[in-house]
Design a protein around this ligand. Structure first.
Ligand SMILES: *Cc1c(COP(=O)(O)O)cnc(C)c1O
Length: 455
């Protein structure tokens, strides 16, 4: 038997529909609330920011939602993405576990994010939008939206968290190659950015601040809308294409996961892989353990509070009930920029609260160690974000070894690390530090959570 096995679906097997977990939940997720009024938000409240088609998906409880043909046509450039059986890694770990990974780094931008950026650009174009604003952490979302916006003839303006803007100049170059404009956030282009700079001229920025800047600009102009790369229900919906494909590929492998693992920043790649399997379980199918893996320096699922909070630092967004560290929390700088978000998708938070998933947090040095071992067996250099999933996989594989059980582990390799080699260089030079968040600033941020009457 060949050592490496790759399960490839035919192009005709590219899913025709996305999967919506809302259809199978034992109880619906708490509503999104209007800040201040405390009432559930309606479509009109969201219309300045998002096209109607995406707002409809945001609140839909339909199980299967059709993927528009123009979106499928673009997906075909890299989808269905491969599912690998990681035999060399299994050998290196000397584990009886069978390890599979779905590889999303084959997309043009190098991560899972184009699964939603292409869909979002399509629906915005359909509704006559000319310009999209957005934030980006490590730069993967910004480059994914830049790629998709260009395909549909939309202008794209990206606010990039300052620390990543400085650490990752090549991501910025990629956005510009696709035709987008990229600004370091906080910037002096928005009222919110100016205020943040006045408070701290050396602010490293945060996703929360960058979101506020992008939202502020979108709300000002009729031809401009805002695009978010994670967290929202419609983003999780678009990412479900990963899990729908993986279910068909596991069938080709004549296997089924006992454990599913994904790294979680806002929760979209994790949900994308896990939700179709969780839905099957909720409809009476096979049991599966699902684990979200997050950074110990920004541990919303494991150390946060389940409460209504803003999605941004400027408190411009509606209130979502989620596991949060507080919207004013600024995590320490660490290399998995895509995981530096204070909150978590409402849907992921809801199922965590219902006990349907587990969460674990890991320090970055152990994650890089796992990523290097993975690269030396499988050849693919993981994104620092994805390395958190790999670290969690190692833990489960080691437990299988101790127990002598041959479990099947499936994880999402959400992207490659080709733009993150400076982080690997720092790791090899022993320059990385394991950063804990500051407990006092966490408590301050949590104390500032908005009071919500409806709770
Ligand atoms: C953005 C990103 C993440 C984190 O975002 P989620 O919404 O939690 O998936 C993880 N991995 C990669 C490669 C990313 O680009």
């Amino acid at each position: 038997m060949s050592n490496q096995i790759k399960y490839l679906l035919d192009e005709e097997k590219l899913p025709k529909t996305w999967y919506n977990l809302a259809a199978d939940l034992p109880e619906p997720a708490p509503p999104v609330l209007h800040p201040g009024a405390g009432q559930p938000v309606g479509p009109d409240d969201l219309a300045p920011l998002f096209p109607m088609a995406l707002i409809a998906q945001e609140v839909s409880a339909e199980r299967e939602i059709e993927i528009p043909e123009p979106v499928r046509e673009i997906y075909r450039q890299w989808r269905p993405s491969p599912l690998h059986r990681a035999r060399r890694l299994e050998e290196a770990l000397d584990t009886p576990a069978r390890i599979y990974y779905k590889y999303e780094g084959v997309s043009p931008a190098g991560s899972h994010k184009p699964n939603t950026s292409v869909a979002q650009a399509f629906y915005n174009k359909e509704e006559g939008v000319k310009r999209l604003t957005t934030e980006t952490g490590a730069g993967q979302w910004g480059s994914s939206l830049a790629y998709a916006g260009n395909l549909f003839g939309l202008e794209v303006e990206v606010y990039m968290v300052r620390i990543s803007y400085d650490q990752k100049p090549y991501r910025r170059a990629l956005m510009e190659t696709y035709g987008a404009q990229c600004f370091a956030s906080p910037s002096d282009r928005t009222e919110f950015g100016k205020a943040a700079l006045a408070k701290d001229p050396d602010s490293p920025g945060s996703l929360g601040i960058a979101i506020s800047e992008a939202v502020e600009l979108a709300a000002q102009r009729d031809d401009t809308k805002y695009a978010l790369g994670s967290v929202l229900n419609h983003v999780l919906l678009h990412q479900s294409v990963i899990g729908v494909e993986a279910m068909a590929q596991m069938e080709m492998a004549d296997d089924y996961p006992d454990i599913i693992i994904g790294c979680a920043g806002g929760g979209s790649n994790f949900a994308g892989l896990a939700f179709p399997f969780l839905g099957a379980k909720l409809r009476g199918g096979a049991d599966v353990r699902i684990i979200a893996s997050e950074p110990a320096a920004c541990p919303s699922l494991t150390r946060g509070t389940y409460a209504y909070d803003f999605g941004d630092t400027g408190n411009l967004t509606p209130l979502v009930k989620m596991y949060t560290l507080g919207s004013s929390f600024i995590p320490p700088g660490f290399h998995a920029g895509g995981l530096r978000y204070h909150g978590m998708a409402g849907m992921v938070s809801h199922i965590k609260d219902l006990g349907l998933i587990e969460a674990a947090a890991y320090q970055q040095i152990g994650c890089f160690e796992a990523a290097v071992k993975f690269a030396r067996s499988e050849g693919i250099v993981p994104a620092p974000e994805s390395s958190h999933a790999i670290r969690a996989v190692f833990e489960q594989a080691e437990q299988c070894k101790r127990e002598g059980t041959a479990k099947t582990i499936l994880f999402n390799l959400s992207g490659h690390g080709h733009f993150d080699m400076a982080a690997y260089t720092d790791y090899f030079a022993n320059k990385l530090e394991d950063r804990d968040y500051d407990e006092a600033s966490l408590q301050t941020a949590l104390a500032a959570l908005p009071q919500v009457a409806a709770e």
